[in-house]
Design a protein. Sequence first.
Length: 311
Amino acid sequence: MKTNFIHKLTTVVFAFVLLFGATAQAQTPTYAYAPTSVGTNVFPLGNASSNFCQWLYQPGDFSPTPPGGLLITTIYIKSGNAYSSGGTFTNLSIKIGTTSLSCLSSGTWNTGLTTVYSNASASIASWTTNGWVAFTLQTQFYYSGTSNIILEITQSGFTNPMYLQQGTFSGCNRRMYGSSTSASSTGADGSCLSFGFDAVPAACSGTPSAPTVVTPPFPPTAPLCAGSTTTLTASNPNFGTGISFQWQISSGGSTGPWANVTNGSGATTLSYTTGAVLAPTYYRMGVTCSNSNLTTYSAPYYLLTGAPIPS
């Protein structure tokens, strides 16, 4: 099945981004975890042995809380020291992934993350204490706005160490740390990197996933009274912009022919209230992606009407 949205979108990265890797700037991220009470730590960009970290973030950690259906385009980390001469990081890698975990524990590294930035020699011209360092992602990352995410950063060498600003969570490990050459972390604690990101609305693409009419069917013992109305509700598994809905009615059986509903209310929403239904009728809902002009329909929903049949 084709995806209904762009989970990962590879972008054209300008030559200067590939060369310099990141920029230190006064610009602040659109969504940020930026605690006011912070410390600094050399893991993972200022230490040769503990050069691998994973941090966990929940949607409520960010201000403002991110909406759903975003493509993360740029990430920011906050430095805890300053180097006017900048520095170069060898084999700098940044990964992001979603997780069902709410806290981390020391052990095997979390896998299945998406590499969003990788540079064999990432140079940063300079950075300042308490300044954001921005990385334009080579692969944009789809974020639903509801999942917890894991951020991973690792390197294998540096000319000047970058200390990182971190907040602290009590009673919940938010960081795993250790060596990039080890399959498991050295430890885990409540430290959490000051981290932010910019994002754009994700656009749908390809064939949308089929919606599902979730309204329970009317049984023969309790059909909808003929001439009454009812509300049909569908679930939408698609994210992103460019998605539209349309309820349809069949003038025949479950195979159609089908036409857009013309009475009732909510014909282009997830919840449709019918007009008066005089006889048993089939309905379905279509989901269209405007970017691909493709539509997928739910399974037909049979709306039974009539007088109750004694059980």
